[in-house]
Design a protein around this ligand. Structure first.
Ligand SMILES: Nc1nc2c(ncn2[C@@H]2O[C@H](COP(=O)(O)OP(=O)(O)OP(=O)(O)O)[C@@H](O)[C@H]2O)c(=O)[nH]1
Ligand SMILES: [Mg+2]
Length: 256
């Protein structure tokens, strides 16, 4: 068995991220919650094995600004940033979303993780949950909605339409397990997509920023990060500014 592949899982609170881990694992390893309050407060690592391969799945905090409130949202993003900086390589980004919820948050999360945090260097796939009641094949959901992803600039290397819980549909649950495992295996095979952590432009941008902290360029650079975040990730200027500040502080601390 080769090295464990690292998978970073993200998506809105309650999208079914923890349930998805349990589905892949084939047993309950992650704690799930039906509570409106987010149940995952900090990223968690779950080593799982299937079809003879091992994976480390990192369950991150559900990201949605209005639902979390700004301070918690910032904590969640900062948390994700710390995780990605810590990892030596990332083989796959799993974006988990609930069917019927094509909110602007989807695009925001996609850009934040795929573009900003991973510099588009990690393959990303989308997993659509809550499809146990879909008429016909669960994959029909994708056929109906794929254009919307394109329109919003959310480009993925693959997709899986599933139900993450057993409920009254054990067959669909088993089928979902097969679908997601196959997708993960395919996209991470060979490891050609593996990205060595640390060389994203975002991270090097932050390093540069750190180097310039004492220089006169500091305010301009900081503003630049904030405005990029605001523009690309649809964050309000205040949130973007605060996030840029926090990431800078974190980078400075991490380097000493
Ligand atoms: N019907 C249905 N319920 C689901 C599905 N996936 C998850 N749930 C339920 O939705 C609730 C939230 O699921 P979690 O797996 O805890 O969601 P999460 O994304 O980890 O949530 P946070 O950790 O709070 O961000 C739980 O009650 C799950 O049982 C699904 O595919 N179908
Ligand atoms: Mg969770």
């Amino acid at each position: 068995m080769g090295r464990s592949k690292n998978i970073v899982l993200f998506g809105q609170p309650g999208a079914g991220k923890s349930s998805l881990i349990n589905l892949m694992a084939g047993k309950n390893v992650a704690k799930t919650s039906s509570d409106m309050r987010s149940c995952t407060l900090q990223w968690q690592e779950y080593p799982i094995t299937f079809d003879g391969k091992s994976y480390n799945v990192f369950d991150t905090v559900g990201l949605e600004e209005p639902q979390l409130g700004i301070p918690q949202y910032l904590n969640a993003v900062e948390n994700a940033y710390t995780l990605i900086r810590k990892l030596e390589s990332i083989d796959l980004l799993l974006l988990c979303m609930r069917a019927g919820r094509l909110t602007p948050t989807l695009q925001t999360n996609y850009r934040l993780f795929h573009e900003f945090l991973c510099d588009k260097k990690v393959p990303i796939v989308v997993v659509i949950t809550y499809l146990e009641n879909e008429d016909g094949e669960m994959d029909n959901w994708w056929k109906r909605n794929r254009d919307i992803f394109d329109e919003r600039g959310v480009h993925v290397a693959g997709h899986a339409c599933i139900t993450a819980i057993r409920g009254n549909y054990p067959d669909r649950h088993e089928q979902s397990r097969t679908t997601i495992r196959k997708l993960v295996e395919e996209v991470t095979a060979g490891g050609q997509g593996a990205w060595k952590g640390g060389d994203s432009t975002f991270v090097s941008f932050m390093r540069k920023l750190k180097g310039l902290l004492v220089g006169k360029e500091k305010p301009r650079m900081k503003k630049n990060v904030a405005s990029r975040l605001a523009k690309r990730c649809n964050l309000s200027p205040d949130v973007a500014k605060e996030l840029a500040d926090r990431i800078r502080d974190d980078t400075v601390e991490g380097a000493t």
